[in-house]
Design a protein around this ligand. Structure first.
Ligand SMILES: Nc1ncnc2c1ncn2[C@@H]1O[C@H](COP(=O)(O)OP(=O)(O)OP(=O)(O)O)[C@@H](O)[C@H]1O
Ligand SMILES: [Mg+2]
Length: 271
């Protein structure tokens, strides 16, 4: 296997809180291959956003190592683009100006900058909305502006923190397809945090299941289903049930089948 693009080795994170320390992440180990799509799922507070903040370089105070291409990931760099949990567009800037913020540290000339911004607005299907302000955009459109901003500096790694959390179910599914389409064109290694197990299985090559207090990896599940994935397919649903079980219960998962009935508690037959 090629050297991983991203390597978390024994990463731990503590926060100082009133009356002591909070262990937010314990011994997190993960290698991400170039071009891979990783989804992280887990209960609220298990350290998902914290992990992304560490990788993007927003917080240098942690234990262990985070390497990008074999080098310590220090400081915010153009090789990592992030889309935050809320899209965080500036209301007084147009869509194009919001996207251009992603080029703040780039050495491009104004003309090159403008060209890139319009290329990436086009990529997310918003070429006609360059001059629109956030209040003139729908939730899905705002989220696409935020994705364009995350991609405009052509990062090698795109970090997405619950990017579709605030969207209705239909828009959410459309955005998931859009993300796969964009990835196919922009070839970017992707790390997506989501509460939605179905979204993780629909999109990712591997799903990292985390558990809280302290935040740590419970299990990593490889998703080998070919794209486009069928949400109502049997294999998809079995995987979804299995992951939901990981997130909600502690006992071993019993796959549906002949043993399934035996595994049901007696109360299941009480109806
Ligand atoms: N700046 C901070 N100071 C103190 N504690 C923090 C800070 N940021 C996060 N935490 C704590 O670290 C833990 C992990 O937080 P984090 O935001 O990473 O969780 P999360 O998995 O992203 O949750 P959610 O799904 O709700 O977004 C939580 O217990 C949180 O209270
Ligand atoms: Mg979070």
């Amino acid at each position: 296997m090629n050297a991983p693009l991203v390597r978390f080795a024994h990463v731990g994170k503590h926060f100082a809180v009133e009356g002591g320390e909070l262990e937010a992440i314990r011994d997190f180990n993960l290698e991400i291959a170039d071009g891979e799509f990783i989804a992280i799922v887990g209960a609220s507070g298990c350290g998902k956003s914290t992990l992304l903040r560490l990788l993007v370089g927003l917080d240098p105070a942690y234990h262990g190592q985070i390497l990008v291409d074999g080098k310590a990931a220090k400081g915010v760099g153009g090789d990592r683009g992030i889309v935050f949990q809320e899209h965080r567009l500036f209301p007084w800037l147009t869509a194009a100006e919001n996207v251009a913020l992603g080029l703040a540290t780039s050495p491009l000339s104004p003309a090159q900058r403008q060209q890139r911004v319009s290329d990436f607005l086009g990529l997310v299907g918003l070429a006609d909305f360059a001059q629109a302000y956030p209040h003139q955009l729908s939730g899905g459109m705002s989220q696409r502006v935020a994705i364009a901003r995350g991609l405009v500096a052509s990062p090698r790694i795109l970090l997405l923190d619950e990017p579709f959390g605030a969207l209705d179910a239909l828009t959410r599914q459309q955005m998931q397809d859009e993300l796969l389409r964009i990835r196919a064109r922009a070839q970017v290694t992707t790390l997506l945090v989501t509460h939605d197990v179905e979204e993780a299985i629909y999109l990712a090559d591997r799903v990292v299941v985390m558990e809280p207090r302290p935040g740590r990896i419970k299990r990593i599940v490889e998703v080998t289903l070919p794209h486009p994935r069928l949400r109502n397919g049997l294999a998809f649903q079995q995987l979804r049930d299995e992951l939901l079980h990981e997130l909600t219960e502690d006992g071993p998962y019993v796959a549906p089948g002949t043993d399934y009935i035996k595994a049901l508690p007696l109360t299941a037959f009480a109806l």
